[in-house]
Design a protein around this ligand. Structure first.
Ligand SMILES: [Fe+2]
Ligand SMILES: [Fe+2]
Length: 265
């Protein structure tokens, strides 16, 4: 049996949530997608996730949610992180950090899917434990009957992400990168059966700098005077990958990039 996973890159603000909902309405039935994994670290006005937006993103068709360096930006997500099975915080934060290291979801066919995230260490805040060790530790806690395991590397540099792909090739179903908000063109199935891409890209407004109003970002960069960066509004896209996985072995059989553009109103 085959399980189809859709992995969706960082959802940015209201525009990102809107294009996510529209894309999932179209893509999930069209491709027979069994499980949708969404990075929601920028869903609340571009930074963090709230308890009410957690419910909205799940209602729009997401099955598993991850977060990144903005995990605790909105503190009311903390009780959700502690209570719910389908959302996780980065696995290489301090032991006392609230939330689970692994999120779990059971598809309508009864196949269980696990996802976990680690933060990179190069050019990243906060400082974290070794992501390689954190993945090993998290994998050891996943029940052995869960064959489909997805690892997200939320990191700034591609070298760290590629290295993670090689380290866990054959040990997990998918390794995908997030955080840069720029999709990469290096998707492939590695030799031992792990689907890999360095970055899924962003889900939100591409007429922007990483989802933020380009005029404000440019003004701050050029003048050196800081200002608030509003979420941009135009050229909405949902970016990610569609992965087919053998449900019995957990090995990926194919991976393709997906870029859904919102319909013109
Ligand atoms: Fe991030
Ligand atoms: Fe992000």
């Amino acid at each position: 049996m085959e399980t189809k996973l859709l992995c969706v890159g960082d959802v940015v603000g209201t525009p990102g949530r809107n294009v996510l909902r529209e894309a999932l309405e179209t893509l999930v039935p069209a491709h027979g997608i069994d499980c949708v994994i969404v990075n929601a670290e920028n869903a609340a006005s571009g930074s963090g996730l709230t308890a009410s937006l957690y419910k909205k993103v799940i209602a729009s068709g997401a099955n598993l949610l991850t977060l990144g360096d903005h995990v605790y930006r909105r503190r009311d997500i903390i009780p959700v992180l502690e209570a719910e099975e389908n959302i996780c915080r980065p696995a290489n934060l301090p032991v006392a950090a609230p939330g689970k290291s692994v999120a779990l979801y059971e598809t309508s066919s009864g196949v269980r899917v696990a996802v976990l995230t680690v933060l990179g260490r190069l050019f990243m805040k906060p400082q974290t434990d070794c992501p390689f060790t954190a993945v090993e530790r998290a994998l050891s806690k996943i029940p052995p009957d869960v064959k489909i395991v997805v690892v997200e590397v939320h990191a700034e540099v591609t070298s760290e992400k590629v290295a993670m792909g090689w380290r866990f090739d054959g040990k997990v179903s998918v390794v995908f990168g997030t955080h840069t908000h720029i999709p990469t063109a290096d998707e492939r199935v590695l030799p031992q059966g792990t689907a890999y891409i360095s970055d899924l890209g962003m889900t939100g407004p591409y007429d922007s700098v990483l989802g933020r109003d380009k005029h404000r970002v440019l003004s701050a960069m050029i003048s050196g005077v800081p200002c608030s960066f509003d979420v941009a509004e135009n050229d909405l896209r949902m970016c990610g990958i569609l992965v087919s996985v053998d449900s019995d072995t957990g090995r990926a059989t194919s991976v393709e990039r997906v870029c859904y553009r919102t319909k013109e109103k």
